[in-house]
Design a binder for this molecule. Sequence first.
Ligand code: NAD
Length: 425
Amino acid sequence: MTTTAPAAQAPAGNPWHDAREQLDAVAGKMGIDPGMREVLRHCKREFTVNFPVKMDDGTVRVFTGYRVHHNEARGPVKGGLRYSLNVSLDEVRALAMWMTWKCAVAGLPFGGAKGGVIVDPRALSTGELERMTRRFAAEIGMLIGPDADVPAPDMGTDAQVMAWIMDTYSMMHGHSAPAVITGKPVSIGGSTGRVEATGRGVLFVTQEACRARGMALEGATVAVQGFGNVGATAAKLLGEAGAKVVAVSDSEGAIYAADGLGDIAALVERKRTRGLIPDGHPGTHITNAELLELPVDILVPAALEGQIHGGNAERIRAKMIVEGANGPTTPEADRILAQNGVYVVPDILANAGGVIVSYFEWVQDLQSFFWEEHEVNLRLERIIKRAFQEVADIHAGAGGTLREAAYMLAVRRVVEATQSRGIFP
Ligand code: NAD
């Protein structure tokens, strides 16, 4: 499992302000009724828990965690759990809102949620991590459930963490409940293809974006920020599709080789055993900031939010940005990139592969009927490419940015659902 950087490297700015600004811009353009806009600007539920955990040395530590539901008009809420020192209520709110739009863009029957714990999971032993996870699962147990709220992995969490949560929830209810969480190991109801789903989705949307721009993916140079689940998979699959991956990074820094970094699968193994950055790596050691400004065809930010901002957007030289991470580009940067003709495939479309296959996992668990991996990948490809086309069609008609087009599609779907249901009572 990879983890977030120390707090000192936390992104500047406030993702919740960014998320609301993105919504406001599109709601204004769409002429959304002020009351409806207020509904969409708020998270429906915001749950904070402070909970004790027994540490290995016998002391007790209190951790703070959150689970936020943004909107459930379209179905049970869905969204990941993040373990990081940078977790805050505003970050979780933003991520929950983005999940609402992401599920709607992909046409999934889910609303948006997110959660997290303020912790550096690398600083805990396996036992401490398990006890903290189980206690957190028990604390948010009143919110989660197969028909209500279905969490998934995000930064700093993985299939093992999902397994502990599934087991804790199942113990609390007296029966196995695999559909309460996705991103589990296949042995307990996980889906084939889930681990690679977000990175594979990044590949599919990059293929579509290249087609839309008349650009060849074969031979295109690619820089990827973040070398965890999303970044490493995207780098590997883009490399296999013929792109030339010239730079990758993690929280320790980046490596760059203008002629290409070669075998990405070997780099993944190297990161697992020795770390990405130590001496002897293929290429030059550069900073994460330098990676973002490399003269590449395609930039894939796949780490944290707020990485491309007003302070560096003018220096971005990539022709295309495919947002593997959630919220990597601030609204101010978006405006600068648009002026400079950079084609940005927004997060709510570009990284939807994870939640699409999470949806497949949930469906398989509810039916206790499991699919072959090629079936999962094929259905993922079909749904994410359809979503890209729907967004591209709106973009062709309405102009503006691809992000605005994706928001228009998502907001329209959520508004339709809210209006059909009506305002209770
Ligand atoms: P992860 O924990 O597996 O990997 C995160 C990577 O980012 C690690 O390599 C870490 O070293 C690196 N990183 C951390 N801080 C960094 C910094 N300051 N600069 C550069 N790199 C840094 O997490 P992940 O699951 O790959 O998630 C990455 C992003 O993708 C997040 O924004 C997450 O919300 C988003 N996302 C994840 C999924 C999923 O299915 N896992 C789905 C959709 C979106």
